[in-house]
Design a binder for this molecule. Structure first.
Ligand code: B12
Ligand code: SF4
Length: 513
């Protein structure tokens, strides 16, 4: 291991794997720099949906060359998803072999399976990473031991030391503004690009107005993360802090034309909303969307938010069967909540997108029929985000499926990497004819121009059941029309959707093929 001279700042390389959006590491940069450390950031490849391209030997060489040139003391990997565990493992091993810097892993997958991570990296961070990483950099810079830093699992000569997790950051406003400058940033793709890649490729900015979620759905990481973070993981950010970040985004990222609040649930109280709708339009003024849980969507909030620029609400239905939602997904969202929320969004004249999960072996034909009936009760138009159930290691649903013998260890996402090519559902992926039928027929329900009696009639036809592919041309034409309709306003506003097309073309092609 390299020796660091005491009292000088330390040199930290932060690596983001297939994820140029990576929000969390952009908060790490100013925290480390303000403490006198020198930071390099390397974005290794990118991935949006279903379009991950395997990395090459040449890219590994470029990665090592870029890091070697910086000569870091610490190389910190952000392991957001299990899908990219193998590539993170390979790159970490390369860093250990060729650079010899201390390696640390943090992020969702690192937390889910720290035993696996600590076999590969020197340290693994559980919980929020801002202060543990700072403590580690400080300790290395001062030549002190880092063995006892809270949140860290550390390899020591006496074995693995598992330190307790510190309390969560209660006041999220104490975090600095994230860093989207070009300073010492690299993006490795077909060649090495310099500068923050987000600037060139993204026209929608993801922001959190809170951290945490009130639910613990059995397929979702929150069910695993909550016990690590402790109860009460849900924290709201003050409006001022959110608006200040978005003002900075407007100044720094000229391509950004809309904001998406990616909070697990855009939970709000009347006071927060009132302050937000005062400040946001004056100081940010970009159209924005929110993700939310049906039971928390209220018409009185939507009306105010729409005036402030809310154009779309994304809400999770996941399964049409309340029994599946409650008993399989541990998701206490009633059918009534879903219908009421959809109605409220529709009445407020806001676009609605609903999330569904297919490829769920615990769902029966009756459950899928229930989904169809539920969607038929909702007023179109609405769009879909349709996901393929993914077996994330450690979540309760995966444990249950393993115990029930429905899946094998090979299907766990850190081995299977299914999300690389099938996160959002596309029809070229192998699945049963019945599943294809239900996906196709459900997708028709959101189109206002498609007569409901015709959808119902189609749903009863044997030929459609046997050859669900015959519905595909209709669905694809609709997808194309939707993209054209969404693209034209963006063009007219002077924003360039080409950047978006460049980022998402593989997925777009697949979806209309
Ligand atoms: C927004 C989001 C995205 C965005 C942007 C990601 C981002 N911001 O980095 C996009 C759309 C790009 C995305 C993509 C994907 N995502 Co996503 N995403 C999320 C979501 C909803 C929020 C992530 C976030 O910003 N959290 C807020 C920040 C502050 O928290 P954080 O990222 O966890 O970081 C903290 C700690 O983890 C830690 N930390 C993180 N990195 C590091 C590094 C070091 C060195 C240290 C010390 C600490 C540390 O400190 C941070 C700050 O406290 C999460 C849900 C969730 N609960 O996390 C899913 C989630 C992370 N995504 C998930 C998945 C599966 C994916 C995709 C595979 C699928 C897809 N959408 O196509 C890809 C994979 C991307 C990749 N390369 O790994 C899963 C991962 C589950 C798993 N075990 O694999 C999650 C958990 C959702 C779920 N279903 O449970 N995602
Ligand atoms: S509501 Fe969404 S973010 Fe929260 S636990 Fe369920 S799936 Fe996860």
């Amino acid at each position: 291991m390299k020796q660091v001279s005491p009292d000088s700042g330390c040199r930290v390389t932060i690596v983001s794997i297939y994820n140029m959006e990576n929000t969390s590491i952009r908060y790490f940069i100013p925290i480390l720099r303000q403490a006198g450390h020198t930071v390099q950031v390397v974005y290794f490849q990118d991935y949006y949906v279903n379009d991950a391209v395997s990395h090459t030997r040449t890219q590994e060489d470029m990665f090592i060359d870029v890091i070697k040139g910086f000569n870091p003391d610490i190389v910190a990997f952000s392991v957001i998803s299990s899908t990219f565990f193998p590539v993170t493992r390979d790159l970490t091993e390369l860093v250990t072999e060729k650079i010899g810097a201390l390696t640390i892993w943090g992020g969702v997958h690192a937390m889910v399976n720290p035993d696996q991570g600590i076999e590969i990296a020197d340290c693994v961070c559980l919980g929020e990473g801002e202060y543990p990483l700072l403590d580690l950099a400080n300790a290395i810079a001062r030549g002190e031991s880092h063995d006892a830093i809270p949140n860290l699992w550390v390899k020591t000569p006496d074995g693995i030391r598992k330190n307790p997790v510190r309390p969560m950051i209660e006041n999220l406003a104490e975090l600095p503004l994230p860093d989207y400058s070009d300073d010492n940033k690299y993006y490795i793709k077909d060649k090495v690009y310099t500068g923050d890649p987000f600037k060139e490729f993204n026209w929608q900015y993801f922001v959190h107005a809170s951290r945490g979620c009130p639910l613990s759905c059995s397929y979702c990481m929150n069910s695993v993360l909550k016990p690590i973070f402790g109860s009460g993981r849900l924290r709201k950010r003050p409006v001022e802090s959110v608006v200040a970040e978005l003002e900075y985004v407007r100044e720094t990222l000229p391509l950004v034309g809309s904001i998406w609040f990616i909070d697990e649930a855009f939970l709000t109280n009347d006071d927060w909303i009132d302050e937000f709708v005062q400040l946001y339009p004056k100081r940010v003024g970009l159209p924005f969307g929110i993700s939310n849980i049906p039971g928390f969507i209220k018409a009185k909030h939507l009306t105010k938010l729409k005036k402030a620029g809310l154009f779309e609400v994304d809400m999770g239905i996941q399964s049409g069967s309340q029994k599946v939602r409650y008993e399989i997904f541990n998701r206490r969202v009633s059918t009534e909540d879903i219908l009421n929320a959809a109605q409220a969004v529709h009445e407020c004249g806001i676009d609605l997108k609903v999330d569904l999960i297919f490829d769920n072996p615990y769902e029966t034909e009756e459950d899928k029929q229930e989904l169809f009936e539920l969607l038929m009760k909702m007023q179109p138009p609405f769009e879909f985000c349709i996901f393929s159930l993914t077996w994330f290691p450690g979540v309760p649903l995966t444990q249950r499926a393993l115990a029930d013998g429905i899946i094998t260890e090979e299907q766990l996402e850190d081995r299977a990497g299914k999300a690389k090519e099938q996160w959002a559902i596309t029809m070229d992926f192998p699945r049963s004819r019945d599943e294809q039928f239900w996906i196709s027929i459900c997708m028709l329900t959101g189109k206002p121009w498609f007569p409901r009696p015709l959808i119902r009639w189609l749903s009863t036809k044997k030929i459609v059941r046997e050859k669900p592919g015959i519905l595909q041309p209709i669905i694809r034409v609709n997808t194309l029309i939707r993209w054209i309709l969404k693209g034209i306003p963006v063009l007219l506003k002077g924003q360039v959707p080409w950047t978006l097309v460049r980022k998402r073309w593989r997925f777009m092609l697949k979806a209309v093929k």
